[in-house]
Design a protein. Structure first.
Length: 459
């Protein structure tokens, strides 16, 4: 085993007391020790020689240790990614538990093979020796973490008729707007970060779970003027969401950066918003937030942490209209701009038929949307003139639209294509052609028996 770092005579912890073997595999792999100098000293087995076992030794903060036991942080997170302490120790121990070859080194000097795997989590039940520690953190840890990460916001009336007090109506609308803005940001930020790596079918399920875990929480309040701390965090994510834990930790900071701390009078900062968020996202995230900023009867300020300097939030009309174009302008653009196709995930209450729900319900239930070059439309019924076919397996129409707003529809299975400016005309032509071909036994095709057999499979 190679020498690494600077030799020292002893570890700086004094007399060590073994607490618990946390990870074992044919012997201890990770063991917790404590001493009068440090409560949480971890020995991690990293190498061996003919007569010696080498251990990586690191003292870790209590909070990080608890997060490791709760399976929120990996061993790599608390030992290697601890930016507050970049030093560690290596020690060789013989079969009689004597320490030899003790050295102090920086983490960047370590052999890469000594580094814990990124996904090495504590996987066992938490030992009973830690019951009191876990109970203490169960009461305080979650709330303290929320408060540390929270964004603090204050509103007070411009008119002093009622002093600095805020009406219940204003306070409730303020909380609702912030909650809607932050919840929408969580959705769009997650899609931007992971959308290209997650299949479309999984998006709705993952977002539902994350929205439940990250529901905005009120963690501080002060009255007179109305000031609140709002945060979002999850101590222990479900297993199917654990891959996103780093994003979960940062999402409230991303919201502060992209929404709360923005200078809405600055063209360059608004340019950043326009570049990062499409119009749908801006309406969901910035519209409720800017309603507060632009409320002439209220003063609005925010702090990115409890002790930070408050930011007085104001905006200029021309910059706000760049973020949220007036409806009239949108209607004019809709007549002249190129049409697009979108895939959408919509949450529908109960057993509502998607074809019968109203536009407002679609707006409220929209979880995710993105533009696509081509969509697949399943046909469950083929009806043309007096002929009707009920299909057990749908026929698929591939539909796309070109730069001249002309639709192209194809039924590749039966070699059918039709183009027209009107989508319904395209669909009716394809359906009519297919129905007539089927009624005539596909006699116009080169291999009618093959086409007929394929059609019968759908019945």
């Amino acid at each position: 085993m190679d020498k690494i770092g600077v030799n020292i005579d002893n570890l700086p912890f004094g007399k060590l007391e073994r607490v618990e073997d946390l990870i074992s595999y044919e012997g201890p792999v990770l063991t917790h020790y404590r001493s009068r100098e440090s409560e949480y000293i971890l020995f991690y087995w990293v190498d061996f020689g003919q007569h010696l076992n080498r251990w990586l030794v690191k003292s870790v903060p209590e909070k990080a240790f608890v997060e490791f036991l709760k399976k929120k942080l990996s061993l790599n997170d608390i030992v290697i990614d601890d930016s507050s302490n970049v030093f560690c120790f290596l020690v060789d121990i013989d079969s009689n538990q004597n320490m030899r070859n003790i050295s102090l080194c920086r983490q960047d000097q370590l052999d890469p093979d000594y580094l814990p795997e990124q996904q090495l989590y504590f996987s066992s039940a938490i030992p009973s020796v830690y019951d009191s520690l876990i109970e203490e953190y169960s009461d305080n840890f979650y709330v303290e973490t929320l408060r540390e990460n929270a964004v603090y916001m204050k509103i007070e009336p411009v008119s002093k008729v009622f002093g600095t007090t805020v009406s219940i109506l204003d306070a409730s609308k303020f909380l609702k707007n912030i909650s809607n803005s932050l919840t929408s940001f969580i959705e769009f930020d997650f899609i931007r970060e992971y959308g290209s790596a997650i299949s479309f079918d999984r998006v709705e399920n993952i977002l539902k779970g994350l929205k439940k875990e990250l529901s905005p929480r009120l963690v501080y309040s002060q009255y007179g003027s109305f000031e609140v701390g709002i945060s979002t965090y999850s101590i222990t994510l479900p297993e199917n969401q654990r891959a996103y834990r780093d994003w979960v930790r940062l999402v409230i900071d991303n919201y502060k950066r992209d929404v709360v701390s923005v200078n809405y009078n600055s063209k360059s900062e608004v340019d950043y918003i326009l570049d990062k968020f499409d119009e749908n996202a801006r309406n969901s995230i910035y519209k409720p937030f800017l309603e507060i900023v632009n409320n002439k009867s209220l003063k609005f300020e925010a702090r990115s942490s409890f002790n930070s300097k408050p930011i007085k939030l104001t905006s200029s009309l021309d910059q706000v209209e760049r973020i949220l174009p007036p409806k009239k302008e949108l209607q004019i653009e809709a007549k002249t701009e190129k049409r697009k196709l979108y895939n959408m995930v919509i949450e529908v209450k109960g057993d509502n038929d998607i074809s019968k729900i109203r536009k407002r319900e679609i707006d409220d239930g929209l979880l995710f949307s993105h533009s696509v070059e081509e969509v697949e439309l399943p046909l469950h019924t083929l009806k043309h003139e007096d002929k009707i076919y009920q299909l057990s397996i749908p026929v698929i129409v591939n539909l796309k639209i070109d730069e001249n707003n002309t639709y192209e529809g194809r039924i590749d299975e039966f070699g059918l294509t039709f183009n027209h400016k009107d989508k319904e005309t395209v669909l009716q032509n394809l359906i009519g052609t297919l129905v007539n071909d089927a009624a005539n036994g596909f006699s116009s095709k080169e291999n009618p028996e093959q086409y007929m057999a394929s059609f019968n499979e759908h019945l």
